[in-house]
Write a protein that binds this ligand. Structure first.
Ligand code: FES
Length: 92
């Protein structure tokens, strides 16, 4: 199980963490990854500049925007849960 934590601290919230959470939820459902990904909110990581902070497992991504969460999902999250991008490509 891979844990994704989206910061819902005040700065990240203002920069779109709610939209990012909605987008990630949609991608998890689209790719039927409910049993492989746990989506949680988290509080400030003191990396508040330029966008939302997202933790994927132990890796911290900063400056994430609602516009680029899909790309992050494709490049980092799918690989982390599947070992390759097959799950995403099969459902496109
Ligand atoms: S509010 Fe999200 S990292 Fe500070």
């Amino acid at each position: 199980m891979l844990t994704i934590q989206v910061c819902v601290g005040s700065s990240c919230f203002l920069r779109g963490s709610k939209k990012i959470i909605a987008e990630v939820k949609g991608l998890i459902a689209e790719l039927q990854l409910e049993d492989k990904i746990l989506l949680k909110g988290c509080f400030c990581h003191n990396k508040c500049t330029g966008g939302v902070t997202v933790m994927v497992g132990e890796r911290l991504f900063t400056g994430v925007t609602p516009e680029d969460i899909r790309e992050l999902f494709e490049q980092e999250i799918i690989q982390a849960v599947e070992g390759d991008t097959n799950a995403f490509n099969q459902n496109k």
